[in-house]
Write a protein that binds this ligand. Structure first.
Ligand code: HDD
Length: 674
């Protein structure tokens, strides 16, 4: 855990931290209590008395311990960190935290899924929220994004409809944290602006390997404003230095049972181990005069800006380096809002963004119980705040002045607005004119071109996964009409895609449409991502009597920052044939192949039947999930018995090659061989 000095947010939080260990038990009034196990009764066997203030206080507090979960993104995990720019971005923005290299701005990041409840599993097929709060000297700036660069709808007035459709169906509250049901797909087919986002949602991006291995996107077009008042359209990106990686769907479903906390555990452990996740901030910038130069409308949140056309400039980095002290106080009570901006950052007219600017404060009012949620320690800016807002539930600030209005003479007209030069926020004076209408802009009406772009950009393995994801999801829909409508809709994207899904569903293939759009964007394919060994997790399966080469191999793996965990048939330690000892992290009962990136097997037999039964199964499952498999000495006998020794990514007695296989992560050419 990093406890940086000079981190203003951390210092501020310190004023609120309380250590209870070693202290006497008191009531909330500070009264020490002599008894906490028994309620106050009239006689030892008599009824409990109303007089028992201690019981009443304890029980009342407990009865009120829960707050409503977030209406979306209820399941999440937050961590602290810091952000710095590499070079001043003054040519684009006057935001101070983006102007000073070397200045470290404290951040709090909450990752989440969208549809599931607070206790749902991490590995749902879903979009991941990626919300960052920068505690800047000029006030809090929130970049509330996702791990996909586009969205399901174009106008936020449809957000309640969309969320109703994806959440568990209202009559029976089934299914939890899944889009594989009728109402979701009925919404999709009848709101075809969803087409592009659905391609992302059916892709591997919806089942990340780790929060540390996914991109983040601000999604909307925002504006940057520099000191001279010039404006630039901007899209924000977070690029993980570990690359973008996913699990496979079968694995995701199994992880959901074996470890529903897989993603939060992964992030928590990485930070505790000092493997701080790093994301680089990227900007795509379009000059104001180029607003109409593209074959899509840059205000449409269902469109991305292909990186090959508008390059992503890497401008800074964020390091996540501290876990929270208390989940509820920090992660549950943190309140993000795309409308929390600082001078130099402004909005565009994207109608999805515009509606979000209303929703976020509104939702905190019910979730956090009133208008003073900005005073909660996690939400409190490090910049001082002064205004004439007063009172309300849970007010903590003690405003001492009798004057709580503006304008005034009694306090010399303070607190009062300050000029832009003095840091006052002033909205970008965009010229707008038009009639009041409820309508979709003509320029928002192409729903399929970028869905095609996405499909064209996928590798054949990624395409195969998309076909399977559609087939799974639609296969779970009961209404044939819904399945048919979706097939018809996606025949606008690709014929091969819908033909394969139709075949899996046993439905007629929709008539082939003429599709001429042939562009692709290599940046969209995960095949082209960074591949590294750092923090990849290898299960070493070994038993007493393991070969002497194992210790050496483990050292080699650790030298390239691979995390090694020993899995055996009993807890405690195991002894090698060279009399070395290894502590056991898991047994074959408590660990499972889906929780690791690769397997290294060093023994053929254990002391218990558990080894004979589970070790080959462990290896076989890793094989079916295309993962690297290594064997040392007699461990190879297990590979022989499974008849897999010749396959790609299966390495015997060669630690260098095994490390290379771990770096590569998956061996897709095994498809159809096992
Ligand atoms: Fe939203 C939460 C991201 C569209 C209304 N949203 C929420 C969170 C993330 C996003 C990451 C969780 C924040 C946290 O961790 O506490 N939302 C997005 C993105 C969108 C988007 C990237 C499209 C580009 N959202 C969106 C629309 C609306 C909302 C169109 C409504 C008009 N979102 C909400 C909300 C939530 C929320 C109801 C629920 C909890 C919260 O705000 O604090 O206000």
């Amino acid at each position: 855990m990093s406890n940086e000095k000079g981190n203003k947010k951390n210092e501020q939080l310190d004023q609120f931290r309380v250590k209870d260990e070693g202290e006497a038990l008191t009531t909330n009034q500070g009264l020490k209590m002599a008894e906490d196990e028994f309620s106050l009764k009239a006689g030892e066997r008599g009824p409990t008395l109303l007089e028992d203030f201690h019981f009443r206080e304890k029980m009342t507090h407990f009865d009120h311990e829960r707050i409503p979960e977030r209406v979306v993104h209820a399941r999440g995990f937050g961590v602290h960190g810091e952000f710095e720019v590499y070079e001043s971005l003054a040519p684009y923005t006057k935001a101070k935290f983006l102007n000073e290299p070397g200045r470290k701005t404290p951040v709090f990041v909450r990752f989440s899924t969208v549809a599931g409840s607070r206790g749902s599993m991490d590995l749902a097929r879903d979009v991941r929220g990626f919300a960052t709060k920068f505690y800047t000297e000029e006030g809090n700036y929130d970049l509330v994004g996702n791990n996909m660069p586009v969205f399901f709808i174009q106008d936020g007035i449809k957000f309640p409809d969309f969320i109703h459709a994806v959440k568990p169906e209202p009559h029976n509250e089934i299914p939890q944290a899944q889009s594989a049901h009728d109402t979701f797909w009925d919404f999709v087919a009848n709101n075809q602006e969803t087409a592009h986002m659905i391609m992302w949602h059916m892709s591997d991006r919806a089942i990340p390997r780790s929060f540390r291995m996914m991109e983040g996107f601000g999604v909307h077009t925002y504006r940057l404003i520099n000191e001279k008042g010039q404006a630039f359209f901007v899209k924000f990106h977070w690029k993980p230095v570990l690359g973008v990686h996913s699990v496979v769907w079968d694995e995701a479903q199994k992880i959901s049972g074996k470890d529903p906390d897989f993603h939060r555990r992964d992030l928590y452990e990485a930070i505790e181990n000092g493997d701080y996740p790093v994301f680089e901030l990227g900007l795509q910038i379009i000059n104001e005069e180029d607003e109409f130069k593209f074959d899509f409308d840059i205000l449409d949140a269902t469109k991305l800006w292909p990186e090959e056309d508008v390059p992503v400039q890497i401008v800074g980095k964020m390091t996540l380096n501290r876990n929270v002290d208390n989940y509820f106080a920090e992660t549950e009570q943190v309140a993000f809002h795309p409308g929390h901006v600082v001078p130099g950052i402004d909005f565009s007219n994207d109608p999805l963004l515009q509606t979000r600017l209303f929703s976020y404060t509104d939702t905190q009012l019910i979730r956090l119980g009133g208008p003073n949620f900005h005073e909660l320690p996690i939400n409190k800016p490090v910049a001082p705040f002064h205004n004439n807002q007063r009172d309300g539930y849970g007010r903590q600030t003690i405003n001492t002045s009798p004057v709580s209005y503006h304008k005034n003479s009694l306090a010399n007209n303070t607190p009062g607005p300050v000029s832009e030069e003095e840091g006052g926020y002033s909205h970008y004076q965009e010229k707008v004119e038009g009639r009041k209408v409820r309508a979709r802009s003509e320029s928002f009406k192409d729903h399929f071109t970028q869905a095609i772009l996405f499909w064209n950009s996928m590798s054949s393995v990624e395409k195969y996964h998309i076909i399977n994801a559609f087939s799974f999801e639609l296969g779970k829909c009961k209404e044939v009409s819904v399945r048919e409508q979706v097939l018809e809709m996606f025949s606008n994207v690709n014929h091969e895609l819908v033909s394969a899904i139709a075949e899996n569903l046993g439905l007629p293939v929709p008539a082939e449409k003429e599709i001429t759009y042939a562009k692709s964007s290599p940046a969209l394919s995960q095949e082209n991502t960074i591949k590294r060994t750092d923090t990849r997790k290898v299960a070493v399966i070994a038993a007493d009597g393991y070969p002497k080469e194992l210790s050496e191999t483990i050292n080699e793996l650790k030298a390239v920052s691979i995390n090694v965990e020993v899995v055996s048939d009993h807890q405690g330690t195991i002894q090698g044939n060279d009399n070395t000892e290894l502590p056991v992290d898991h047994t074959l009962m408590t660990a499972d192949s889906v929780l690791f990136d690769a397997v290294l097997i060093a023994s053929q037999k254990g002391n218990t039947p558990l080894f004979d039964k589970e070790a080959p199964y462990f290896v076989k499952e890793a094989l079916l999930h295309y993962k690297p498999i290594g064997a040392i000495k007699e461990g190879a006998a297990i590979l022989e018995s499974l008849q897999i020794s010749g396959q790609n990514g299966v390495v015997i007695d060669d630690s260098k090659q095994f490390i290379e296989a771990v770096r590569k992560a998956r061996f897709w050419d095994r498809e159809g061989k096992n």
